[in-house]
Design a binder for this molecule. Structure first.
Ligand SMILES: Nc1nc2c(ncn2[C@@H]2O[C@H](COP(=O)(O)OP(=O)(O)O)[C@@H](O)[C@H]2O)c(=O)[nH]1
Ligand SMILES: [Mg+2]
Ligand SMILES: [Zn+2]
Length: 310
């Protein structure tokens, strides 16, 4: 951290609301947005960062320092490295929809990320207007198993205000992102929750970034307080490579059982005397959660082995 004189009138506080690669849009405390450049060798700010910055000309500035982050969400860059995309998140909203995709495996993958980062997850099943009397009981049963392990669960539809309001309630006063597979309705929900706001930010970013406004990561203000960060990178969020230990830490419902395993280094897969597997057999851990765990653990172990064999 660089030291900044608090009473230096030229150094101001701001919030990074958009990011264009070589410059960022910083919202000053009075709500005005300035295009800010980065100094050479400056640690890269991301959307959601609180920064210290200085005015250069009428509406441009320079970033002086990034304030300490309370969380940092990264995604895999496809080569196993992590790329930071959003800072200071409190909540991640994991969105699924009955069609096209309602997958426990994906939910559990996202939950691991949230658990490891210490960010509160909310699970949303969107497009509930498409559920029928035939499909509703199955969907509700699958959601209930997440409620049982104390994750907040919301059923929503962009055509029904009640569910959207419930989603908004979870975001109020917080900095949040929506993640989930393509086509589940994330953009539609964001549009509903940030009505009007998108136009204002769109105007600002178009000044500095040409026509790339649809691909930029952006922070929106929610009408009742709080921020929603929208980013293609966040939405298509991919887990960076995680270790088997991290997979295990990401399953909050397993934690109470792991002390009861016969072997201290039990991975809860094939080991005899495994308390986690006993809990699955006795219905204390859901079979779907355990199936996700097996698959994610297998992937993590394969990554680990390939790393050691190079
Ligand atoms: N029936 C129904 N369709 C929806 C709902 N939310 C979004 N959609 C539609 O699903 C499609 C994909 O939505 P989009 O927001 O682009 O999904 P994203 O890829 O997750 O951002 C669009 O045609 C939306 O109009 C919903 O609650 N119910
Ligand atoms: Mg979208
Ligand atoms: Zn075990």
């Amino acid at each position: 951290m660089q030291k900044v004189k608090e009473n230096n009138s030229e150094t101001r506080s701001g919030l990074v609301v958009s990011y264009f690669g070589n410059s960022v849009a910083v919202e000053a405390e009075d709500g005005q947005v300035f295009q800010c450049h980065l100094r050479r060798n400056q640690e890269l700010p991301v959307v959601g960062d609180t920064v210290r910055w200085q005015l250069e000309t009428g509406n441009t500035g320079i970033i002086i320092a990034i304030q300490p982050r309370r969380s940092l969400l990264s995604r895999g860059d496809g080569r196993g490295r992590s790329k930071p995309i959003a800072a200071n998140l409190d909540t991640v909203v994991i969105v699924m929809a009955p069609p096209p995709i309602f997958s426990e495996y994906l939910i559990d993958r996202y939950l691991i990320a949230a658990e490891l980062l210490g960010i509160q997850p909310v699970i949303v099943l969107n497009k509930t207007d498409l559920l029928t009397d035939m499909t509703r009981p199955d969907a509700e049963g699958r959601l209930a198993s997440y409620r049982q392990i104390s994750y907040p669960v919301v059923q929503s539809s962009i055509y029904l205000p009640a569910g959207l309001q419930e989603v908004a309630g979870h975001l109020q006063g917080k900095t949040s992102v929506l993640i989930g597979p393509s086509g589940v309705g994330k953009s539609s929900i964001i549009a509903k929750l940030t009505e009007g706001e998108s136009i204002r930010i769109g105007d600002v970013s178009s000044k500095g970034a040409g026509k790339h406004t649809t691909t930029a990561t952006r922070l929106y203000h929610l009408p009742k307080g709080g921020h929603l960060i929208d980013s293609p990178g966040v939405r298509e969020f991919n887990l960076w490579r995680i270790s088997p230990q991290e997979v295990l830490r990401g399953f909050r419902d397993f934690q109470v059982f792991i002390g009861g395993c016969k072997f201290r280094d039990c991975r809860h897969v094939v080991e005899p005397g495994c308390a986690v597997r006993a809990a699955v057999e006795h219905g204390k851990i859901s079979a779907e959660r355990y199936a996700s765990y097996q698959e994610l653990m297998k992937e993590a172990e394969e990554h680990e082995n390939s790393r050691y064999s190079h």
